[in-house]
Design a protein around this ligand. Sequence first.
Ligand SMILES: C[S@@+](CC[C@H](N)C(=O)[O-])C[C@H]1O[C@@H](n2cnc3c(N)ncnc32)[C@H](O)[C@@H]1O
Length: 250
Amino acid sequence: MTFHSGLPAVDRYLDHGFHDVRGMSSRFAAAICARLLAIQSEAGISGGAAEIGTFEGRFFIALAKAMRKGEPLLGIDSFDWPDDGIMGRFLANAALHGLSNDGFETLKIDSRTLKPDDILARTNGPLRFIHVDGEHTDDHLSRDIKLAHDVTAERGLIVLDDMLHPGYPTLILTVQTFLDANSDMRVVAIIDREDIVAAPKFVLCRTEMVPFYDAALREAFPQATWPMTADFRTYQALVLTPNPILAKID
Ligand SMILES: C[S@@+](CC[C@H](N)C(=O)[O-])C[C@H]1O[C@@H](n2cnc3c(N)ncnc32)[C@H](O)[C@@H]1O
């Protein structure tokens, strides 16, 4: 089954272009994240958004198309991997898919050196959405999550990429350490993988916002809602998966 966000501009991009932009985020996750931005907009949750690790812009373009006009959008990347042409390819992809130069800002920097104010000054205040998809080490991710937490609005969302990826099995320990230290935050949903490259994402929000986002996602994606939930020991989180089957036991 193919999933859509319900936002025409995003869905046109998902159907025609998303897979032509080199990158790692899954189409499924992009549809769900764009829907989350629409859910926020419909609830009057506005503000800026950012991505740490834009690469060539695959996810960033979907994010841009899901934002409301005039909302600040920031793309952060060291823009040096796999080569120095990456910034040019990112900007070319953004232009090809209709993003105007004044609709977003790029920051070529090692995310570990960023202070919250470096982001907040560019986004006119706290973010409603941040996608964390930079380097996958404990050192990088622990700093990137802390930064994301510091710049995210009370009703905002932090989305972490490549969770439970077989290539990075210990990243979840970094996330759990963050969750243990920040009891105001929870994983509200796991967006399951499409394949080993297009890996799962965790969606985090403030604890008091869990019922809101949980209900909205269940309503928006009933055909992707897994009948079971993710066990985080003290609470359960929604699991969205492209094929929500259960093991046959009879
Ligand atoms: C997995 S790719 C991101 C994929 C992209 N989000 C997508 O959905 O297609 C990871 C990106 O993180 C960037 N990166 C790695 N370490 C970084 C750092 N310390 N600061 C900023 N960006 C970094 C890399 O340059 C690379 O573009």
